[in-house]
Design a protein around this ligand. Structure first.
Ligand code: COA
Length: 319
């Protein structure tokens, strides 16, 4: 499998740390020193489906194929206005696709899970062209009175078109039962037979515990994938990590004894857009020409569950 097109779309509203400190007991100083975030994009007058369609269309345009040539759409999404139909079905309508569609929820690891699924379909010959898209609005899961969570997140969408070819070398996904450290419970409709009505709970996060688990999972994932491919850490040109906290990225980098240039980031501008962070950053590196043909790239992410995923590929675009 190889990537032949990427695309992303962001909400127009940039919300700075100062804007949050108007209604929240927080400060620019606290947020950027603890997380690396200065601002994030938040959906205001757009909607997530339209952003997703825009990202998908950009990826298709770069790939040089139309929506009707897709064999599968895999959409990573945690929350959006529709519970059903799936977001992938809604996106299909916007890009004139007629293929099967499925949503997956692996939280912030969704792009890695999506690529892993796509690779299995492509390797068995069941599909040729697949759109893997991540569209997320985590800002709708947080309480905007909870400074522990809402300052961390932003919204966005990004996609990759993958097809048959040489590029992907290895992929490793994992999951562990740790719901208590990070969860969001949505309200359900009342039912006359249910004993306890479920009103929903805004996102809860044990930040310190998530931090520790995230660092361990990222290091394990990267070491596993390097062992699998027989490469050393310094032979990788770029490590594109989930953008959850700059301190997590720096801790992983320091433990691997690697220079900062190998760890591109955009968390300072976009915050944590859940599973969209990795494909948004991938698209930025692709479009800016930083990714060169033949570069070795590692993607690694983690999220609620606790899920994690890492993959390694050779960049086959921009020849
Ligand atoms: N502004 C100001 N103060 C804040 C704050 C905010 N936005 N959020 C929390 N605080 C306060 C806390 O209330 C606490 O106050 P106290 O000492 O009086 O109790 C203090 O800051 C320290 O909080 P703590 O939680 O210990 O900070 P931290 O250094 O662990 O940083 C996170 C908090 C959330 C930034 C950090 O733990 C983290 O990034 N964890 C990983 C989160 C993550 O990756 N989530 C996504 C998973 S996909």
């Amino acid at each position: 499998m190889k990537i032949i097109g990427t695309g992303s779309a962001l909400p127009s509203l940039a919300v700075t740390n100062e804007m949050l400190s108007v209604f929240l007991d927080t400060s620019d100083e606290w947020i950027h020193t603890r997380t690396g975030i200065f601002e994030r994009r938040i959906i205001s007058d757009e909607n997530l489906k339209d952003l997703a369609v825009e990202a998908a269309q950009k990826a298709l345009d770069e790939a040089g194929i139309s929506g009707s040539e897709l064999d599968y759409i895999i959409c990573s999404n945690v929350v959006n206005y529709y519970v059903t139909p799936s977001l992938s079905c809604l996106i299909a309508g916007g890009i004139q696709a007629v293929c099967p569609c499925v949503d997956l929820n692996a939280a912030c690891s969704g792009f890695l899970y999506g690529l892993d699924m796509a690779q299995a379909y492509i390797m068995t010959g069941k599909a040729k062209n697949i759109l893997v898209i991540c569209a997320e609005e985590p800002t709708r899961m947080c309480s905007w009175k909870d400074r522990n969570t809402c300052v961390l997140f932003g919204d966005g969408a990004a996609a990759a078109v993958v097809t048959q070819g040489e590029g992907f070398k290895a992929s490793w996904i994992t999951a562990a039962h740790r719901p208590e450290i990070l969860y969001y419970q949505r309200p359900l409709e009342d039912c006359p037979f249910v004993k306890y009505q479920q009103r929903g709970v805004p996102m809860y996060m044990n930040g310190k515990e998530v931090f520790k688990v995230a660092v361990t999972a990222s290091i394990q994932g990267i070491e596993h994938i390097l062992n699998q491919t027989g490469l050393t850490a310094d032979q990788v040109d770029y490590y594109i990590l989930h953008q959850a906290n700059m301190r997590i990225i720096d801790t992983v980098r320091n433990q691997l004894h690697l220079p900062a240039e190998k760890f591109p980031h955009n968390i300072e501008r976009l915050g944590n857009t859940s599973s969209a962070t990795i494909p948004i950053l991938l698209d930025e590196l692709n479009k800016s020409g930083k990714l060169k043909y033949g570069d070795t790239v590692v993607l690694s992410g983690f999220g609620a569950g606790f899920t994690a995923g890492t993959c390694l590929f050779t960049w086959t675009m921009n020849q």
